[in-house]
Design a protein around this ligand. Structure first.
Ligand SMILES: [Zn+2]
Length: 253
């Protein structure tokens, strides 16, 4: 079996691995409510499993750091079980991981994010850390790399959280966290101000999730399938593995 998961390796194995691995991938998730049909670790599990698949595909060029199992989720705090980091906490975690890895000679990082609420913080952290530590950092909300499949296969007006997209990803990668007998549509609060402006192209409103949905999910979970998950994940793996090739061959660092 290929070895690329840092937490499962000894230091001599890692020492050997670093001879060929030029990029360290950091999965970043969340602990937050995902409706009645997905366990709250959804974003962490998806990010982690995706990173393992990506690293297997890119072996021996990359290694995977331990998953950050918490994210910036204040908008889900009105549901039981959500644990949120302050943006500064996530930034500090990323800084300590990048610092540690750079001490071991790693110069390229790919932050692989599974939770939209982390994006703003990750963008700020990447910008700051790349310059401060003289390393290269790229970051992705990994499922954005499956745009073609998503545009073709998903037609819900609102989706992106505990929806057919996330359920499908989970059915393909981590089926045990899906409550198949509970799959349902988002209980949208149709007349709410926040829902009206959720997809506003020029204004972003800070909101709480219980302002837009009764049950915590959006989209239509009943349309989730293993097949859709497979298509999206395979498309994202192809696109991101090509990116990693370019990232390594870039001649920068
Ligand atoms: Zn999610």
């Amino acid at each position: 079996m290929n070895k690329y998961i840092l937490s499962d390796m000894t230091w001599p194995e890692i020492h050997e691995g670093f001879k060929s691995a030029k990029v360290v991938i950091i999965p970043i998730g969340a602990q937050e409510q995902h409706g009645h049909h997905l366990a709250e670790g959804c974003d962490s599990y998806r990010a982690e499993h995706f990173c393992h698949l990506l690293a297997e595909k890119c072996f021996p060029d990359v290694m995977v750091a331990p998953t950050i199992n918490y994210g910036v989720s204040p908008h889900h705090m009105n549901f039981p079980g959500t644990i949120t980091l302050r943006p500064g906490t996530l930034q500090a975690l990323l800084e300590d991981i990048v610092f540690s890895m750079s001490e071991h000679g790693i110069k390229k990082f790919l932050f692989v994010n599974g939770h939209g609420g982390n994006t703003a913080t990750i963008t700020v952290a990447a910008e700051q850390l790349a310059r401060e530590y003289d390393v290269e950092i790229a970051h992705t909300k990994f499922i954005d790399a499956a745009k073609q499949t998503i545009q073709k296969e998903i037609d819900s007006q609102y989706f992106g959280h505990a929806c057919e997209r996330e359920i499908s990803e989970c059915l393909y990668m981590v089926p045990d966290i899906v409550r198949k007998d509970q799959m349902e549509k988002g209980g949208m609060k149709d007349n709410s101000f926040t829902l009206k402006h959720m997809n506003n192209p020029f204004v972003k409103v800070v909101y709480n999730f219980d302002e837009i949905t009764h049950n915590g999910n959006i989209g239509d979970g009943t349309k989730g399938s293993y097949e859709l998950g497979e298509k999206m994940i395979q498309e994202a793996l192809i696109n991101l593995s090509k990116f990693i090739e370019d990232f390594i061959d870039s001649g920068r660092n």
